[in-house]
Ligand binder design. Sequence first.
Ligand code: NAD
Length: 465
Amino acid sequence: MYDIIILGSGPGGYVAAIRAAQLGLKVACVDKSSIGGTCLNIGCIPSKSLLDSSLKHYQLLNDYDSHGIHVEGVNLDLNIMMQRKEGVVSQLTAGVEALFKSNKVEFIEGSGKLLSNSQVEIHNENLKETLETRNIVIATGSSPIELNNIKLSKHIVDSEGALRFEEVPKRLVIIGAGVIGLELGSVWARLGSEVVILEAQDHFLPMLDKRISRQVFKEFQNQGLDIRLGSAVLNAEENQDGMKLAYSNADMETSVQADKVILAVGRKPNVKNLFDDTLLELNQEGFINVNEFCQTSLENVWAIGDVVRGPMLAHKASEEGVMVAERIADHDVGLNYDHVPNVIYTHPEVAWVGLNESQLKDQGIDFKSGSFPFLASGRALASGESAGSVFITADNATDKILGIQVFGPSAAEILQQGLIAMDQGVTSENLSKTIFSHPTVSEALHEATLAMNNKAIHIQNRKKK
Ligand code: NAD
């Protein structure tokens, strides 16, 4: 009898397994494919490896001359770049395997199916058995959404296929200007593809305030991403020249030719064949229904990560994994879902947390805001990374920080500093009194906070009314 059987070994499942084992529980973690889930094997980690490699290539070709460094004879060896990526993945998955061993988590290779709240059927090529357990945690993640009119093929791939191109496509079309579309579009544009991104919505990155999404859009267009908003894809047709994608834009039908197409229109929860229909409640979008503590409609069955509501982010899944493991061990813990950070790992990065200005207005919250452009940051200028800004909002009455959006150098790290302050309930005034090292790009957060209170030093403050 196990204390917990966890289905899925991604950043939700494996973290839950390790934490539960640390708490003295008997844990098995079941996965039908390699340990580490989407994030380690075909998501966050390999894509970051390619993002870093491709950035080095781009910078060698485009940025070094301005530093007085002339580089000739740059050769791209995509094969080595891909091997390096696979090496990073293997190193990390081996690390998780070692952690399972040292924490005495049992890893079972196979597919798991819930028979009840205490029985899980496991099957793989060699075995079919039913295991008994006191708790079940479902952490089976998500898969790319497919479109009825666009079928995957040798020319049309999803995010996984896009990490495995054998050569740089000359003309690459991406469907969806979301997180995956922008990250993978950046990788291949930096390696030489002509990239067109077709985005159905008119509003680019709608979770960002317009001021910042406009900056992001302009910068990415300058980097060669041809982002066509309001473009709904109608169909794809194979021809001698690759694929012809028909799409409508402003009520006009038009088309674009591609050698490769990446479909990046969102992901759906993996719930198929996990349990019989009546066992667990799903919500209207097909996610497993859970409460704030990730408890499902069935006692002692929990679900975390991409199979439940909320953003599909590895760190959100991991924190839910820790929370669930600790709650099973009778610890009274919860999560602050208002403080989940989001990052798009382009260059510059885009990072945000908390409420944006239109959400604050919709909720009738009286707030103040401040911003600071990296153009006025000495460190950003010295590094040639002066695109973008920091935006911050705080409650007018309590001065508590409500939201931060950063587009610029080290945006994810800068956001994290602000998020620590937010999480600890630090006021904007207190953050503005913190001493920031000079010269760092983090000073932009400091100055944005000062600007909110009309005390900015390195930009003009708003005129007092
Ligand atoms: P997404 O929801 O971020 O973006 C999908 C985009 O596709 C949307 O802008 C949508 O309007 C557009 N779209 C939908 N149907 C379309 C159509 N028919 N034609 C044109 N455009 C269409 O989804 P994603 O980029 O596929 O990413 C999936 C999930 O994975 C997201 O939840 C994301 O947060 C997560 N993810 C996160 C990271 C990260 O944290 N850096 C990286 C990769 C993926």
